[in-house]
Design a protein around this ligand. Structure first.
Ligand code: ADP
Ligand code: MG
Length: 212
């Protein structure tokens, strides 16, 4: 069991930014179908800004809480789309969940991950079934918590989270959007994957590969 420190969290932001950048065009295409085609751009701007802000920190003097708050602030400042305040809140809640800790044990990473999902829910006021990123984040957090409670390792718990996020994102195809820009389409949103749920899978996959 390896403890996660600020250096590992910085690596996590490097990985998320690189993975989202590679996925940018697909996310814009998904958003082009039921939104305004900017989701990949918004996510790339946000995570590139978070990566750069975190890279500018003195990691030896920055605890995980300070690092995560820096990421939150830079993400919010960089992104004008709805995903800006949603991910900024996720990282602010992640910061609060690990307050006072220089290194994170497995249970702290699970708490951080769960806090991110809760932050997105609280900020956007979406519930599962409304065809948003919550349809990926909430089952992912539940799966991570359940796996951890059942005695699974962090790697196994984050793998379970990723599998649940993938299933949740796929299920958005059969949902009618009830929150955000695509809710204006009503039934015409049926048959298409929600871009925010798709990018949540990418983000969660990057978290798993860097912390698991
Ligand atoms: P915008 O719609 O402002 O262009 P983005 O394209 O960056 O923003 O993000 C769109 C995604 O944001 C949607 O696919 C959906 O997953 C997510 N989203 C929108 N509104 C909400 C909400 N209230 N709660 C949770 N997620 C939301
Ligand atoms: Mg958009």
């Amino acid at each position: 069991m390896t403890a996660i420190d600020s250096t590992r969290l910085k690596m996590m932001f490097d990985t998320i930014a690189a993975t989202i950048e590679a996925d940018k065009d697909r996310l814009c295409q998904l958003d082009g179908v039921i939104g305004d085609a900017d989701h990949g751009i918004a996510m790339a701007l946000g995570f590139n800004a978070a990566r750069d802000a975190v890279a500018a920190l003195d990691l030896a003097a920055s605890e995980p809480t300070a690092l995560l708050n820096t990421a939150a602030k830079s993400f919010l400042n960089a992104v004008g789309a709805s995903s800006g305040p949603l991910y900024a809140t996720a990282f602010m809640r992640a910061a609060a969940a690990v307050k006072g800790k220089a290194t994170l044990a497995e249970e702290d990473v699970i708490a951080m991950f769960t806090a991110m999902a809760q932050g997105i829910k609280d900020r956007g006021k979406a519930v599962p079934g409304e065809k948003t990123m919550v349809d990926a984040w909430q089952p992912a957090a539940e799966a991570a918590g359940a796996a951890h409670d059942a005695g699974k390792s962090l790697a196994e718990s984050l793998a379970a989270a990723l599998a649940a996020a993938e299933r949740g994102a796929a299920a958005t195809k059969e949902m009618i959007a009830a929150k955000g820009r695509s809710s204006r389409l009503g039934e015409r949103s049926l048959g298409h994957i929600d871009p925010g749920a798709a990018s949540a899978v990418t983000v969660i996959g990057a978290i798993r590969s860097s912390l698991g």
